[in-house]
Design a protein around this ligand. Structure first.
Ligand SMILES: NC(=O)C1=CN([C@@H]2O[C@H](COP(=O)(O)OP(=O)(O)OC[C@H]3O[C@@H](n4cnc5c(N)ncnc54)[C@H](O)[C@@H]3O)[C@@H](O)[C@H]2O)C=CC1
Ligand SMILES: O=C(O)C1=NCCCC1
Length: 310
């Protein structure tokens, strides 16, 4: 019997191949949306508020029969953390045939990377193939991973950055050789692809600013009362999501605006729903356990390849 492994965040970053994971996540999203026959079991996660400390904890189990992978992520998000990361996560990877625990995998980098890769899959299917201008609203962990992930699927001529704290926007823009903007409106003007990756609780992106036909990856506001996108923008766009059940329970952008969800991204991947990329499209993601499951499995498999003696 192999011994229990602990795989830390530095190791996780070395062991994840973004391009290969992009393909695995695309397949997993498709399998999820097929329903029972897709072999993915993933209930809507449990999220509890830790009101006294202004934080949240989520528990996210999933099984993918196609990937022969079973895991549960425990994730905390504390928007007010400053010296400690705002998101922390740990993934328990289990052995599907026996139910035994194989590894505890740090989930911080996985959360950053798999979320951005899911947005990259959405961008590949739902944005205009001739897209040239990318705007990123926010300058934290997801802003960084989204820049890198979206660059895998689209060649942008111009990247623009806006963030609530201008100094953070400047630093991020310098790192990625992007243009820094003083307002969100300036950043998104004529943009083909927009990523909202903030902890905003009220809209930071308004319908009148967005070019018709743009594609938006809406990543924040994963709490029923929070919004990143103005309700008119949600109602006036073709809305895709990662999971209907989860978004109807957790996404303020969807719940408050009462917009209609046209399709899950997985339904587009499987050819069951159209990719209406000539219209303004929104991909609303709240995060899926099956993305963590396939990521943790890849980390574990690569770890075992590198440490055959353990
Ligand atoms: N959909 C998904 O699967 C996932 C979504 N998220 C969400 O993505 C968002 C970004 O996460 P990270 O980059 O990891 O966090 P982070 O803490 O690294 O960065 C947060 C960013 O939001 C900005 N911000 C904070 N309050 C704001 C406000 N009121 N208005 C405008 N900007 C504000 C900060 O300046 C910073 O740029 C969060 O809402 C997070 O919960 C995170 C992980 C997975
Ligand atoms: O899927 C995740 O992991 C998260 N989703 C929403 C916010 C925190 C982390």
């Amino acid at each position: 019997m192999s011994s229990l492994k602990y795989i830390d965040s530095a190791e996780v970053e070395k062991l994840l191949d973004w391009r290969v994971l992009l393909e695995s996540i695309e397949k997993a999203l498709g399998h999820f949306s097929v329903g029972k026959d897709g072999g993915v079991v993933q209930p809507v996660r449990t999220v509890i508020p830790v009101d006294k400390h202004h934080g949240y904890m989520g528990v996210m189990p999933a099984y993918s029969s196609y990937d022969n992978a079973l895991a549960t992520k425990v994730v905390t998000f504390y928007p007010e953390n400053r010296d400690t990361p705002t998101h922390q996560a740990w993934i328990l990877l289990l052995d599907p045939p026996t139910g035994s625990l194989k590894a505890i995998v740090d989930g911080e980098a996985i959360t950053a990377i798999r979320t951005a890769l899911a947005s990259a899959v959405a961008t590949k299917h739902l944005s205009n193939p001739a897209s040239k201008i990318l705007a990123i609203l926010g300058s934290g962990i997801q802003a960084h991973s989204h820049y890198k992930a979206l660059s895998l699927v689209q060649n942008f001529d111009e990247v623009r950055v806006w963030s609530r704290t201008h100094a953070h926007a400047q630093k991020f823009a310098q790192e990625i050789h992007a243009k820094v903007c003083s307002t969100a409106e300036e950043a998104v003007k004529d943009a083909d692809v927009i990523c909202t990756v903030t902890f905003a609780t009220t809209p930071i992106l308004h319908a009148s600013w967005v070019k018709p036909g743009a594609h938006i990856n809406a990543i924040g506001a994963c709490v029923p009362e929070w919004q990143e996108l103005e309700s008119d923008l949600m109602r006036g766009s073709v809305v895709y999501c990662d999971s209907r059940d989860a978004c109807n329970k957790e996404s303020g952008d969807i719940i408050v605006s009462q917009c209609e969800i046209y399709a899950e991204l997985g339904e587009v991947i499987m050819g069951q729903k159209e990719a209406l990329w000539e219209r303004t499209t929104v991909f609303k993601s709240v995060g899926m356990a099956v993305e963590d499951v396939v990521s943790a499995k890849m980390v574990y498999n690569n770890y075992i390849k590198n440490h055959p003696d353990q």
